[in-house]
Design a protein around this ligand. Structure first.
Ligand code: NDP
Length: 328
């Protein structure tokens, strides 16, 4: 069986940048991810990635992939089922034997001397009545994918940060009326998105309902008909909408590595040190899932962390005798 120097799990900006750097360090590497580009692929417009004035998230990710493959690495778009750490007593650590087994499906197994995990974050849910029932019937977690289905309809976006506000701006290109329902009294998206949204509000095409949560998503059993608000807006606690986009952020995607005993902080992000090392020997993490991204989840940061993780793997694998990595 082929043993890679490093297997990278996650095909978003962090994982793909890690591969680019790993290839340039001449480390054999394989990228496995269930979706090319991860969350970035869903951005309808990226205008803050240096070198590109304006590009869609998917186009940018395709360019990353092209660069990865051009350097000789493979990107496998599949879901990893589980990871196994080969117990240290079975290893001859002096020669850096395989330390991890990555299982994809029933019988695909990849071995690696080191792992870089860059599995980003998973969309947060509201956990309110009607949310699950109407998923795909008007409830969506991806405005980029689903906004075109709401041509001339009325929709609500839940949240008050970048995804909700940029999503509302994008959705207004299709829908006849867009609401943002936000639990606080001031949107906290990048000023440029807030300015764009204000223009839509001035055209009476958009409205923001502040200091409000939604308590329930209602419908006729086949599609959404509205949302129940936790307080009255313009004399009613029911807002008629055809669609609800839940854009309330994500939780770090750590489910694959929790069983390995990786240390997490109180917000669920993986604790890494300055070199993107975790507390597990040979396991590195980068991107939205790590504590260093907790307050700034941006592709530019993910890319730099992926690059750094690859450099750290290179250093780690260069250590000939039993390495002294301590982790954090
Ligand atoms: P964030 O975590 O940044 O924001 C989540 C938003 O949802 C906040 O306004 C939060 O409220 C609200 N929220 C969270 N939980 C609930 C809940 N249970 N009920 C109601 N509201 C809730 O997530 P985003 O998806 O907006 O952004 C994720 C990352 O992606 C960020 O780092 C962002 O900068 C980046 N991004 C950047 C874009 C860009 O154009 N640069 C576009 C999209 C995303 P509160 O404010 O009260 O915490």
């Amino acid at each position: 069986m082929n043993i890679y120097d490093v297997v990278i799990i996650g095909a978003g900006p962090a994982g793909l940048a890690a591969s680019i750097y790993a290839s340039r360090y001449k480390l054999s590497n394989l990228v496995i991810g269930k979706q090319l580009g991860g969350e970035l692929s869903l951005a309808h417009k990226v205008e803050n990635y240096p070198g590109f004035i304006s590009i869609t998230g998917l186009e940018l990710c395709e360019k990353f992939k092209e660069q990865v493959e051009g350097l000789g690495a493979e990107v496998l778009l599949k879901e990893v089922g589980r990871i196994e750490k080969v117990k240290s007593e079975k290893l001859k650590v002096k020669s850096h034997s395989s330390k991890f087994k990555v299982f994809v499906g029933e019988d695909e197994v990849y071995e690696a001397k080191a792992l870089i995990i860059a599995t980003g974050s998973e969309r947060k849910r509201l956990d309110i009545p009607g949310e699950k029932e109407y998923m795909g019937k008007g409830v969506s977690y991806c405005y980029t994918c689903d906004a075109p289905f709401f041509k001339n309809k009325t929709v609500a976006l839940i949240g008050g940060a970048d995804s909700a506000v940029s999503g509302a701006v994008h959705t207004a290109e299709y829908a006849k009326k867009v609401y943002i329902i936000y639990r606080k009294d001031r949107l906290r998206a990048e000023p440029i998105w807030v300015e764009e949204w204000k223009k839509i509000e001035e055209q009476k095409k958009g409205e923001t309902i502040y200091n409000t949560n939604i308590a329930e998503i209602a419908g006729d059993g086949t599609k959404v008909s509205g949302v129940k608000l936790d307080k009255q807006y313009k004399g009613s606690d029911f807002l008629e909408v055809d669609g609800v986009f839940i854009e309330i952020g994500g939780v770090p995607g750590t489910s694959l590595i929790k069983s390995l005993g990786v240390k997490l902080d109180e917000t669920g992000h993986v604790i890494v040190d300055e070199e993107m090392k975790t507390n597990i020997f040979g396991l590195f993490c980068a991107g939205d899932m790590v504590n260093k991204s907790a307050k700034f989840k941006q592709a530019t940061l993910a890319v730099s962390q992926g690059a750094l993780a690859a450099a750290s793997v290179y250093k780690y694998l260069k250590q000939e005798s039993a390495p002294s990595q301590r982790g954090v």
